[in-house]
Design a binder for this molecule. Structure first.
Ligand code: S3P
Length: 450
């Protein structure tokens, strides 16, 4: 089942060269944060290039429920009239975050230090994901959380009446946890300190500064130490959301494995905390060129050109790179299946608690399509079949996970026989224009009868 409707079975058949310009949608992480920080500022924040995927639309709806005025002006242009730090109203009804871990975890952080109560739930995927990683630090501020066994949604949070600042060492590499703590720290007096042993995406820190909060970052022995001074008045901003490198990954990887392809993806965000996939692909021997490197709205941006690369070889992806490409392992494994030799991915335990267990989901589908995969708790390896040598021909379960569905559809484009997915519906959570965009480049993607 897709997150917001009936299943949409899809088939991807081997296709000719992919070519053209792929204008992928806005960055999902930055889109969520634009709406949430806009809601916490005093006055009107304007946003262009917002990702209008279901995950972000659910966050927009949630911000309205907490009292912000959120307006869709069309074409990715949005505005948010914020209520100020500590100004959230109590929602009248439960908050449905759909499929989005980022949405629910960031919003929980943003409300945890206000004297209001809110109940959160999501789809079957989100209701199965661990939330204690966020509620543990939020209770240190004085918030209370009651959920199902194992810290699962649905869950009710009673925000702290007299929040205290917190010093927290994040036990897992997670930008969502870090961000939830920082957003909670906004309405606590004094300094909230978050320490992460491994650097994760830093959009929250960058954007908080843009909105006028005092945020300092220091490298210490314990790791990256972020200090936020609480109770700032956030100033509304104009935000231009860069295109999402995690969405760009799909047309880029497709171009690398489909013979004769040459695809340009303009204006993608290239924040170093997000760019690990491109480093890995280059190590494999991919023909990638970055053009027009520039800065837009505080984020590095470039135009990325990807060309068919039959010379690619398997590599060992080091664990310290995991955080900077955590969402890209599924599609990297598809490229690895089309390369020569073995690709080893280590330090990737977090993949098991995403929208699905992504190691299990990819291993099962790749094996069904004739690719050899081994896996353990925090590692997996893919033995490449060589360019154009993946047999294909199997049906894969997308497990309510957009990136699993898209990865298998990319696999079909370069396989010997078509690859099917049982449900392409979840793709709309992050990349609603995936089908027309890939068709425009020359892919053969079809919806099938349910
Ligand atoms: C995100 C953080 C990552 C990532 C997710 C988006 C964010 O999750 O997988 O797609 O915007 O903060 P974790 O924090 O669980 O690693």
């Amino acid at each position: 089942m897709s997150s917001h409707g009936n299943p949409i079975p899809m088939i991807s058949s081997p296709c000719g060269a992919l070519s053209g310009v792929a204008e992928v949608p806005g960055d999902k992480s930055i889109s969520h944060r634009s709406l949430i920080l806009g809601a916490l500022a005093v006055g009107e924040t304007t946003i262009t290039g917002l990702l209008e995927g279901q995950d972000v639309l659910d966050t927009a709806k949630a911000m309205r429920a907490f009292g912000a005025e959120v307006t869709d002006h069309g074409g990715g242009s949005w505005s948010v009239h914020g209520v100020g730090v500590g100004g959230f109203a109590e929602p009248e009804s439960v908050i449905d975050c759909g499929n989005s871990g980022t949405g629910v975890r960031l919003i929980m952080g943003a409300m945890a230090t206000s004297p209001i109560t809110a109940t959160f739930f999501g789809d079957a995927s989100l209701n199965g994901r661990p939330m204690a990683r966020v509620t543990d630090p939020l209770t240190l501020f004085g918030c209370q959380a009651v959920g199902r066994a194992g810290g699962r949604l649905p869950m009710t949070l009673v925000g702290a009446k007299d929040p205290v600042p917190v010093r927290y060492e994040v036990p897992v590499p997670s930008a969502q946890v870090k961000s939830a703590v920082l957003l909670a720290g906004l309405n606590a007096p004094g300094q909230t300190v978050v320490i992460e042993a491994e650097a994760t995406r830093d959009h929250t820190e960058r954007m908080l500064r843009g909105f006028g909060a005092e945020v300092s970052v220091e490298e210490t022995e314990a790791g990256r130490t972020i200090t936020l001074t609480g109770q700032p008045e956030l100033r509304p901003q104009h935000i231009e959301v860069p295109r999402d490198p995690s969405s760009a990954a799909f047309p880029v990887c497709a171009a690398l494995i489909v013979p004769g392809s040459d695809v340009l993806v303009p204006g993608i965000g290239l924040n170093p905390t997000r760019a690990g996939l491109f480093t890995s692909l280059q190590e494999m021997g991919a023909d990638l060129t970055f053009e027009n490197l520039r800065e837009e709205g505080g984020e590095p941006v470039a135009d990325l050109r990807a060309r068919y690369s039959p010379q690619m070889k398997g590599i060992e992806v080091p664990p310290e790179r995991a955080a900077s490409m955590i969402d890209e392992y599924p599609v990297l494994s598809v490229v690895a299946a089309n390369a020569k030799g073995e690709t080893v991915m280590r330090g990737v335990k977090e993949l098991r608690v995403k929208e699905s267990d992504r190691i299990e989901a990819m291993a099962t589908g790749l094996r069904a399509n004739g690719v050899e995969v081994s896996d353990g708790p925090d590692w997996w390896t893919v033995t490449g079949c060589g360019p154009g040598e993946v047999p294909g021909g199997a049906l894969c379960a997308s497990q309510l996970d957009h990136r699993i569905a898209m990865s298998f559809l990319i696999l079909g484009m370069a396989a010997k026989a078509p690859v099917r997915v049982d449900d392409g519906g979840p793709i709309a959570t992050s990349f609603p224009i995936f089908e027309p965009l890939m068709a425009g480049l020359g892919s053969d993607l079809q919806r099938e009868e349910a």
